[in-house]
Ligand binder design. Structure first.
Ligand SMILES: [Zn+2]
Length: 448
């Protein structure tokens, strides 16, 4: 019998806020409970530091530049669109061939709307459709609970069919207003007002307002609110798992939990490379606090529980699902690998692998290459290279700049950059006339 598939994603969840990844604050008891009986990939990466690249690569198993989901802000203001190339393979279209009923409950309407290409192969794509809903989603954060209720109804209605469901909630994305916990903490109304002001001032526009000073106290406050949003997403995850259990569906459901990228909280300091780099938020660098993500698979009867240290990627999710459904993928377009042998403990050692990350949304383009032990970041326009030995400097705090670079990684990144530029040119042809609409949405979310 084919499994149901639940892809539950948190938008902007740092790896190190999840218990099974080492957080000791108990923010994620429901995620940890699933992880305990699932396979946890401790070294999993996104393909870029923000939503479009991360989820775009998850659904297509291609890099952002290959699918057209890149943003290039160069000195000549040459900008590209935010669309998934229609020729790219897309997970849900492949699942439709297997007769899956497919539904998405989408909390990030700005970056993952139907119009950006994420609606392909979905029978139902529930997304906010008015500015009011967007405000609800971001400020009052009531939209997530609506999405969860709709998702629960969908699961109940389709419990006798094979379904694929993608739930992407906006938490713990900014602004840092943990509405659900207002009454459960000492978060009284004055504090709420303060939070809204602060979130708007400090979070929504800090990159474009370099004169705003963020005190140490503000920084602590922001981190605390983020933690409460992490608890919120875990609560919603728990609600869906309980629902699956009550309906008797949990055993035959492949559950995948991940995020699209992380979040920086001044891990690399403040004011490093100009106004777009204030040390907070996401989309602006290729450091691990932004591109390392939680990735957990749960399907007890078919996979072995445990933790894996192999280098994994969001690119691998689609090939893994397809192989689990009996489809060995030979499509060269897919850049990920199937993790099924790792899920079954059949593959003990990983063959050498290198991964790339690209497509920053703020500042000039930076691309990265890494093999788990070493990492190179290239600031393309400035032609600055940063090299990190991850075995001795896992926090990437001590860059070696421009000299003694590992030649193999450097050549691989140069070749990737050339290919990216070529693909980007090709993809410009696919940019649809919806571009302005999508830019408006990204702007309304604070991305542009
Ligand atoms: Zn995101």
């Amino acid at each position: 019998m084919k499994p149901n598939i639940l892809l539950f994603t948190a938008d902007t969840l740092r790896c190190d806020k999840v218990g099974v990844y080492g957080c000791s604050k108990n923010l994620t008891p429901n995620i940890d409970a699933i992880a305990q009986n699932g396979k946890v990939f401790l070294n999993a990466y996104s393909t870029g530091p923000w939503t479009g690249p991360g989820f775009g690569s998850l659904f297509t198993s291609q890099y952002p530049s290959e699918i057209g989901y890149t943003i290039k802000k160069s000195k000549n203001k040459n900008e590209q669109g935010y669309f998934i190339n229609k020729t790219a393979p897309f997970l849900t279209e492949l699942l439709k061939r297997k007769k899956y009923v497919t539904a998405c409950f989408q909390g990030n309407y700005g970056a993952c709307s139907k119009e950006t290409g994420f609606g392909r192969g979905f029978d139902i794509y529930e997304q906010s459709s008015s500015k009011k809903s967007l405000i609800q989603a971001l400020l009052l954060r009531t939209y997530s609970s609506k999405l969860i209720n709709k998702a629960k109804r969908f699961i109940k209605k389709n419990k006798n069919k094979n379904f694929f469901i993608w739930i992407n909630l906006i938490e713990p994305h900014t602004p840092y207003i943990p509405f659900k916990y207002i009454h459960k903490t000492n978060f009284f109304s004055k504090d709420l007002f303060y939070a809204i002001l602060k979130s708007n001032k400090i979070y929504l526009k800090p990159k474009r307002n370099p004169e705003i000073s963020i005190s140490d106290e503000d920084k602590q406050y922001i981190k605390y609110k983020y933690d409460l949003l992490v608890k919120t997403i875990d609560d919603y995850f728990g609600e869906i798992i309980t629902h699956l259990t009550k309906l008797g569906l949990k055993q035959n459901t492949l559950i995948i939990f991940c995020s699209d990228h992380g979040e920086e909280f001044w891990d690399h300091g403040d004011n490093r490379f100009g106004v777009y780099d204030r040390g907070v938020d996401h989309g602006h660098t290729q450091y691990n606090e932004l591109i390392k993500v939680p990735l957990i698979f749960y399907f007890p009867e078919h996979i072995k529980k445990g933790k894996s240290n192999i280098l994994a990627s969001l690119l691998d999710v689609t090939p893994t699902i397809l192989e689990l459904l009996g489809e060995k993928q030979n499509d060269k377009k897919l850049k990920g690998i199937s993790l099924l042998p790792n899920l079954k403990n059949e593959r003990k050692q990983q063959t050498k692998r290198i991964l790339f990350s690209e497509s920053v949304i703020y500042g000039t383009e930076k691309k990265a290459v890494f093999d788990g032990k070493q990492k190179l970041i290239h600031h393309i326009e400035e032609d600055i290279w940063e090299y990190y030995n991850l075995e001795t400097d896992s926090a990437e705090k001590h860059p070696i700049r421009n000299k003694n670079l590992p030649i193999e990684l450097k050549e691989a990144l140069i070749s990737f950059e050339k290919n990216s530029a070529k693909k980007s040119q090709e993809n410009e042809k696919h940019a649809s006339k919806d571009e302005e609409l999508i830019k408006k949405r990204l702007k309304s979310l604070g991305y542009l």
